[in-house]
Design a protein around this ligand. Structure first.
Ligand code: FAD
Length: 382
């Protein structure tokens, strides 16, 4: 599958046409007067200005979904930090997820499936190396048998099965394990690729810190907030908090399988150019400096799972703050800004699963933007 192929373009065109139909109803099928109304309204829509705040994996995924589905809107992505300086850039980028407590499971399944299918199509296309997406097989192992043996995403990854006793012999401290093939999306490559795709579809990019939403209300009709941890200040969300994560990149091309301890603190993820090993999960910790004690702990724990890592050369060390929240916020509200109601669509707070859920929540966000357009479009006089 190629992403520039004629058939992909015509599928995209079909989707856009379907969107136009869904926004404006079946006006195409009606008489000349209603067709004129349709074109008038489509032209009006060209002047709808959408801004997406945030240039991490959530912001760029959302911006691409919007600009490609709504070619008659002008879309600007605005952020103070871009690749390689976002949290997304340092994420290991492996696809699997924990379950959020208050989001319907069906919605979480859709987020996972839509993201997985989107990235799998890229991994299986000629774009895979330039997008930084690859298939990755390995094991998630547990010291105690977990309450849920088959997570909700087990049917979407490839070949999910429980590990045999023979396989588990390799991990004497662990009693239970899952083997499967998932995807790894390396954001330091994927984000520039998404940016190119966004610009090609007509999107505009601006580097700027947004101090408050009022600043945007004169220049834009719809605001999409993908500012991650920045939402704490930007929209005053006291529920967002950092979970500090430190990782190392090491040179170990002989390591070909991922290994993750089910408690989430220790993992080994082989990538395209290096192996990411980690990690830490320090709640409420805002420190961005590398901590030597964390480095030591990571090396010890990972070498216990994969002794050959003792021989690996350390290439880099990195710290990022996961934009965490009890549940991610993917919802729409109408906010009074400078005396007028402005639709604000939020998509942030994905914690340690932002790469996994980016495309799925971006599609939901697109749906919320479409809802806002419905409300803005002048109603036909039938
Ligand atoms: P960010 O990447 O932080 O982007 C936020 C954007 O908003 C930035 O561009 C920033 O400049 C902008 N911004 C914020 N405030 C403002 C403002 N006021 N004005 C203008 N711009 C603003 N996830 C997985 O799915 N799989 C993994 O294997 C994985 N591993 C991880 C390992 C580590 C060590 C860490 C730290 C995270 C990991 N994650 C993983 C989680 C993942 O990195 C995050 O969920 C994801 O990066 C969040 O993306 P984001 O776009 O919301 O935030």
């Amino acid at each position: 599958m190629t992403f520039d192929s004629g058939s992909a373009r015509s599928r995209e065109k079909n989707r856009n046409t379907q969107h136009l139909l869904s926004v404006f109803g079946d006006i195409f099928c009606a008489g000349r007067r209603r067709r004129r109304q349709f074109y008038f309204r489509a032209a009006m829509m060209k002047s709808v200005r959408v801004v997406v705040v945030g240039a991490g994996v959530i912001g760029f995924s959302t911006a691409v979904c919007i600009v490609e589905a709504l070619p008659f809107c002008s879309v600007t992505l605005m952020a103070d930090k871009f690749s390689p300086d976002t949290t997304s850039d340092g994420a290991a980028g492996i696809l699997f997820a924990a379950q959020f407590p208050d989001i319907p499971l069906q919605r979480q399944r859709c987020w996972f499936k839509n993201s997985f299918d989107h990235l799998l199509a890229i991994a299986q296309s000629q774009c895979a190396p330039e997008a930084g997406v690859m298939l990755n097989s390995g094991w998630q192992i547990f010291k105690e048998v977990p309450a849920v043996k088959k997570p909700f995403w087990s049917e979407f990854v490839i070949g999910f099965r429980l590990m045999t006793d023979v396989e588990l012999k390799r991990f004497p401290d662990h009693k239970f394990g899952q083997a499967f093939t998932t995807l790894k999306c390396e954001c330091s490559t994927y984000l520039p690729w998404l940016e190119k795709r966004f610009r090609k579809a007509g999107g505009q990019v601006e580097q700027r810190k947004v101090n408050n939403l009022q600043e945007l209300s004169n220049s834009f009709d719809i605001i999409v907030n993908c500012s991650g941890l920045g939402s704490k200040v930007l929209v005053g969300d006291t529920q967002v908090y950092p979970v500090r994560g430190q990782v190392l990149k090491v040179e170990a091309p002989w390591v070909q399988h991922f290994i993750r301890d089910g408690d989430g603190t220790t993992y080994i993820y082989p990538g395209i150019r290096s192996v990411t090993i980690g990690g830490t999960r320090q709640e409420g910790d805002w420190r961005l400096q590398v901590d030597d004690r964390d480095t030591k702990g990571i090396l010890e724990r990972c070498s216990r799972l994969e002794p050959s890592l003792n021989k690996a050369k350390i290439l880099s060390e990195w710290v990022g703050l996961r934009p965490s929240r009890k549940n991610p916020r993917v919802e729409r509200e109408v906010v009074e800004l400078q005396g007028r109601p402005v639709p604000v669509v939020h998509n942030y707070g994905h914690g340690g699963w932002g790469v996994t859920l980016a495309w799925g929540t971006a599609l939901d966000t697109l749906g919320l933007v479409k809802q806002s357009l419905h409300e803005m479009a002048p109603q036909p006089k039938l």
